[in-house]
Design a protein around this ligand. Structure first.
Ligand code: ADP
Length: 461
């Protein structure tokens, strides 16, 4: 089996307990076949102190990391990745900021990563690059003589061509991305948007199935929906400690029904819209007053970016407003928790909540939706209310699918979930669980690596 080299903006920490499902899955895959994980170590250093690589060995896995300088962090990470690529890919052109310094920094950091990685590669390695921080890495490695099979997985959405074209650097980025041998997307919509761009704006053509030919390169552009480790998440939700937590939640909670939302505090997650929908629920169905609580867990993220500070203020104001208008001595309608929570606590909270509310305005996949399903008690499961703009909605058809921009639609779906008879809940949950199992983390990784391991497409010659 060929050695696997994973490259991502942040390198997973094998020691870290709160590490999410995909990181654990990648680490397991690396341990199984042996390999290297290359990326940023999260440190920011003075350039005078040197920005060389550090290596740590964990069994048959080598973690190779590099720091960034303050300038890189501001311009590459916050500026270009999170200030331009992230909003454009999530259809938020209004929040995107484009500057030459930031796009130069993006090129610079990718070149530096390639410069450090290229000498560490052997001819037979297969390389799997992750996400929007590293789109030009394959081209930069090629320029340094690497002739390995290189794959790329985009964790976030791929926007429709007219959105992408608003980005000043889009032609250069699209030329760079087509240097990969395999490109993985979360959904059929993302893949179709990508293929449309290549065929309509770059003179490319679909030569067979998911194989594209463009500018002399042949590449596979396919869908690999990301998933979770269902059994381990389900097990976390059903331990005696989890049972205790759920009992505590019900004992100390003032309400009969708990609705839960768990999202990074990101403007793509539709949190203000969600609170407005909850407010509509209380207005349209006043019988829910003193009977229903929304627990929103939203840990801080990218706080240095202005749009994130704005969303935090808006959310705090909205939850205060709802609690002020509807709350009473014995009932707080919205419980807002602004911090990280251990994964086993999250699993218990999911299981103890009758409604899982996952209503992003746009999301690559949304693993919280899958975790909520995995955590449920099969005999008496809760109901998932899911945005049609989450990648997960392409697959999780038996959820109550809503338009997150339409507060009344979401409010009606919440009410339907609250009132849903047990038989219907069980039938929907069984169907959803089998879909979550089918597209689990192991299958995501396995199918991508099979595509990457396969010999180059015959048309590539
Ligand atoms: P994104 O990758 O955009 O943040 P996902 O829903 O795909 O969205 O993944 C989020 C992951 O982070 C999930 O595994 C979820 O359980 C975890 N997570 C979200 N909020 C918290 C929190 N407050 N504490 C701990 N983990 C969290």
């Amino acid at each position: 089996m060929r050695r696997l080299v994973i490259v991502s903006n942040r390198v997973g920490d094998p020691e870290c307990e709160v590490t999410g499902g995909l990181t654990v899955c990648i680490l397991d895959g690396l341990r199984e076949r042996g390999g290297m994980w290359f990326g940023w170590n999260g440190e920011i250093v003075d350039p005078e102190d040197g920005i060389g690589v550090s290596c740590t060995r964990c069994g048959n896995v080598i973690l190779v990391t590099m720091p960034l300088t303050e300038e890189d962090y501001q311009e590459y990470y916050l500026g270009f990745c999170n200030g331009a690529l992230w909003p454009v890919h999530h259809y938020r052109l209004d929040l995107a900021r484009f500057t030459q310094e930031n796009s130069d920094a993006y090129r610079r950091v990718n070149e530096r990563f390639a410069e450090a990685l290229a000498p560490l590669l052997t001819r037979d390695d297969i390389i799997w690059v992750h996400d929007y921080h590293l789109i030009p890495l394959a081209a930069a490695l090629w320029a340094r003589g690497a002739r390995n099979r290189i794959g790329f997985f985009l964790h976030i959405p791929f926007p429709s061509p007219d959105i992408l074209m608003a980005m000043p650097e889009h032609e250069w980025l699209m030329n760079a991305i087509t240097r990969y041998d395999v490109i993985g997307f979360q959904t059929k919509t993302d893949q179709a948007n990508f293929c449309r761009f290549v065929c309509e704006h770059m003179g490319g053509e679909m030569v067979r199935g998911e194989v594209l030919r463009v500018a002399g390169n042949t590449l596979l552009a396919a869908v690999f929906p990301a998933g979770i480790d269902v059994d381990s998440f389900a097990a976390m939700a059903a331990t005696p400690e989890a049972e205790e937590r759920i009992e505590w939640l019900h004992r100390c909670g003032e309400a009969r029904v708990n609705i839960i939302g768990v999202d990074r505090l990101d403007y793509t997650k539709g949190l203000p819209e969600r609170l407005r929908s909850f407010k509509r629920l209380l207005e349209l169905y006043p019988q829910n007053c003193k009977a229903v609580t929304l627990m929103q867990i939203a840990p801080p993220t990218r706080e240095e970016v202005k749009a994130y500070a704005d969303i935090r203020r808006e959310l705090e104001a909205l939850s205060g407003e709802i609690n002020g208008q509807f709350g009473d001595f014995d009932w707080t309608p919205v419980r807002y928790v602004h911090r990280n929570v251990p994964r086993n606590t999250l699993a218990a909270l999911f299981r103890g909540s009758q409604v899982g509310l996952v209503t992003p305005l746009r999301d690559g996949m949304n693993l919280v939706a899958k975790e909520y399903i995995a955590a449920q008690d099969k005999a008496n499961p809760g109901v998932l209310v899911l945005s049609r703009f989450a990648g997960a909605a392409e697959d999780l058809e038996e959820a109550l699918i809503v338009n997150p921009y339409d507060a009344d639609d979401v409010a009606h779906a919440m009410q339907r979930a609250i009132e849903m008879p047990r038989e219907e809940r069980r039938a929907r949950h069984a169907a959803l669980l089998s879909r979550v199992r089918q597209h689990n983390a192991g299958n995501w990784m396995g199918s991508f690596l099979r595509a990457l391991d396969a010999p180059a497409h015959p048309l590539a010659a």
